[in-house]
Structures are given as C-alpha cells and as structure tokens.
Design a protein around this ligand. Sequence first.
Ligand code: MG
Length: 247
Amino acid sequence: MIILKNEQEIELMAGAGRVAGLCLKMLGSKIRPGITTAELDRMAEEFIRGMGAIPTFKGYQGFPASICTSVNDVVVHGTPDGTRLEEGDIISIDVGATLNGFVGDTAATFPVGKVSPLAEKLIRATQESLYAGIAAAVEGKTLGDVGHAVESVAMRYGFTVVRDYAGHGVGRKMHEDPSVPNFGIPGTGPMLRRGMVVAIEPMVNAGSHEVVTFRNLKVVTQDRSLSAHFEHTVAITAGGTRCLTKV
Ligand code: MG
C-alpha cells in the first residue's frame, strides 16, 4: 500500500532529508587514501546524532553501522570496517537519517584520489541516470517512465543497471511501497501521484547486471566489475517534484 504524505509531513521529511544530505556531503569531503570506512562511519554517526537525528540503518535487519560503505565491486550494503581506502578506489556511501519520525535516504559514489577513466565514466553515468529518473518522476507519469529513463542513460554509456535491487517508497519507514525499479516500460506501473515520496537509486555496473548477495547483506557484482550507486529521496508535490536530500 502506498502511503501518501500531506504537505506538513513532506516538510518534516525535508528536515530528515536535509540531515542525510548534509551528512553525505560532509563524508564526501573526508574521503582520501588511507582513511578507513569505520572512521567514516564514526563521523557519520556523530554528525547525524549531533543534528538531533537517528542513524536509520543502525540495527536495521541487524546492520551494525550508521552508513553503508561499498567499495569497487561492492554494489550496496557494504559494512564499514578497518579497510583503508586506496588511491584509485571508488566508494559508494549510503546514508539514512530519521528526524521527527521520518526518514531521509541518500547515496553517492566518490572517487578516492585519482581513479581510472572507466571508474570516472561509471560515476558520471550513474549520477546522470539518477537525474534522468528524477526528471521523469512527475505527477501523472509512471514508475515505468522513471525506470526507463534511468536505464536508458546507463545503456547509452554501455553499462548495466542492477535488476535485483530497486528504489522504494520512503516515509516513517525506510522501505515503503512502491518498489522503484531502475528499468521499466514507459507508461506502465504505478502512477506518480501528489504526496508520494520515493527514493530513486540507480545501481549501475560496468559489466554484467548480475549480482551476488552475501549473508551479511553485502551485494557484489557477479563478474567483480565496478559498481556505482546514487540516490535521492524525492516528493511529488503540488509545486512539482521536490528533491528532499539535495543540499
Ligand atoms: Mg534506499
């Protein structure tokens, strides 16, 4: 069941989205060779709690950390640990913040120092596919339109979108209906209506779209190719589509 949000609730969600967005931006400024993902996690938790919010991911399905850190061939749900980032790595960071009972969910992939031309292109393609998806997410269009827009960009770059994981509705819970796939047939699927809030989150692989999921939730590309991930939480409102996690 899709839970529609009223204007006041969307305002509250914008507060949560802002905390998540600011945290992600802060983390992006800290990324350098030698830092560990556990250090990034500690900074994230301190930042989120310092803003009076709660790190949404901590304890979610047993997840032990405040952020997901997914390096190179890890698609999503990597657990922060003592691993030091190395020059040439790419790291996807996913942040969830709960404030006033609502969740904000956002992610981005960052280069660590100088990265390969392929890695650069993958990051650019994935971010561009997210913005194509957001541009398609307008009242009256469908989730098929959104998924088609996302996948079209990835394909144009010669990359693939992960099909086993998708975006989702967001509200008082991190994962609500509907599922928001990163592929689709235009004009099909649930229609976007005023009051819907969804996380659009393309996961784009440099190789095959196939992934493997481990017991600790970590998802990696089956062919070990690089993967990137960008995500924003967006609200369909009377005044147009509003990105709640962009800062
Ligand atoms: Mg999400």
